[in-house]
Design a protein around this ligand. Structure first.
Ligand code: SAM
Ligand code: SF4
Length: 336
């Protein structure tokens, strides 16, 4: 048997880490312009540079045949991509995929939560940095809080296994809301994760050193109101979870600066234009779109390229707050 026909754990890098999770960015476009993610005047990729929905599904199939069990669809805003439900439906049917999950800004969930659930999406992360409408408008530059809150309700009603809020916390912008955000999550019966800002892309007026607000500072703030106890749960990624005494809601912290998780990294990313990114904090990448377009429908060739690429996965990331635009990719290309 060709060894590429055997799905079991073929993606093991040279540090013996098993890769089981892919984050797929399906568009660089977005209906928001969050201050930490995009510059105010973004230029987006020409459409022909984006992987088509068929190419995305083909890529998903290749990864699943190589032993990937979890795919997260992200972006840009994945739900603004035309026909995106078709991709969820296609991936949702593939044998071997245990978790089809999504990260969204929530703006389209009023109409899309139910179709996503029906397509097989298990869990959903919704970004929400503030509960104040004016602040929301400032942080997203164009977003409407009301629509996102209604989207969160729609996701809860649709009955996903898990709904989680993701909040990027920035000093002097929204750090004063961490307790209110946890309170909101408790009231809704959902989870929440706080994210430290990462210095990705060249964003005018941003100074990550001055605006850095660490996970440990957030925990200190929360400790004034809640009792947090460390949980053993792990996602093989940068999240560390805490339990609140007597409450279902879990509180996670995604701390690329202050928590070293590289040793257990189980993931890779695909950019909107089909580049396989081996580490969010490094530039190493391999062009899978070129392989897909040069050898259409040749899944063996594609899988071989992926297997070879995994050996390039670096040992650890290198984020430094004071190195200006060291990683030039914007977050909307890699999907967080
Ligand atoms: N548009 C969707 C959303 O906002 O959830 C999905 C894509 S977005 C790039 C994925 C996640 O990355 C979001 O939770 C967002 O808050 C986070 N993010 C974006 N830029 C970031 C940055 N510079 N540092 C840390 N997190 C960031
Ligand atoms: Fe859009 Fe998400 Fe980036 Fe905000 S974080 S600009 S919602 S892609």
């Amino acid at each position: 048997m060709n060894n590429l026909a055997n799905p079991a754990s073929q993606l093991i890098d040279k540090f013996n880490r098993k890769i089981t999770y892919v984050r797929l960015s399906v568009t660089d476009r977005c209906d928001f312009r969050c201050v930490y993610c995009m510059s105010e005047k973004m230029t987006f990729l020409p459409r022909q540079e984006l992987l088509t929905l068929e190419e995305l599904e083909f890529l998903g199939r290749a990864f699943i045949e190589l032993g990937i069990i979890k795919i997260r669809i992200t972006g840009g805003e994945p739900l603004v991509r035309k026909g995106i439900i078709q991709l969820f439906q296609g991936l949702g049917k593939l044998t071997g995929l245990e978790e089809l999950v999504l990260t969204t800004n929530g703006s389209q969930l009023i109409k899309m939560a139910q179709p996503l659930k029906e397509a097989g999406v298990k869990r959903i992360n919704i970004s929400l940095d503030t509960l104040k409408p004016n602040r929301f408008l400032k942080m997203t530059r164009i977003g409407k809080l009301e629509k996102v809150l209604a989207g969160i309700e729609a996701a809860i009603e649709a009955g996903f296994e898990r709904v989680k809020i993701n909040a990027v916390i920035i000093k002097n912008r929204n750090h004063d809301e961490v307790t209110d955000l946890v309170q909101f999550a408790i009231e809704k019966g959902i989870d929440i994760s706080f994210i430290e800002e990462m210095p990705l892309g060249n964003i005018e007026g941003r100074n990550c050193v001055e605006t850095f607000y660490s996970s440990s500072q957030i925990r200190q703030d929360l400790a004034k109101t809640f009792t947090l106890s460390s949980s053993i749960e792990t996602t093989g990624g940068p999240s560390k979870y805490y339990q609140l005494a007597g409450i279902k809601t879990r509180v996670g912290f995604i701390s690329p600066h202050s928590h070293n998780f590289c040793e257990y990294c189980n993931r890779v990313r695909i950019t909107t234009s089909g580049r396989l990114i081996l580490c969010l904090g490094q530039e190493n990448s391999v062009d899978l779109r070129q392989v897909i377009r040069t050898y259409p429908n040749d899944i063996v060739k594609l899988k071989q390229t992926i297997v070879n690429a995994i050996s390039l996965k670096p040992k650890s990331h290198e984020f430094e707050l004071d190195k200006k635009s060291q990683i030039l990719r914007y977050m909307n290309l890699t999907g967080g």
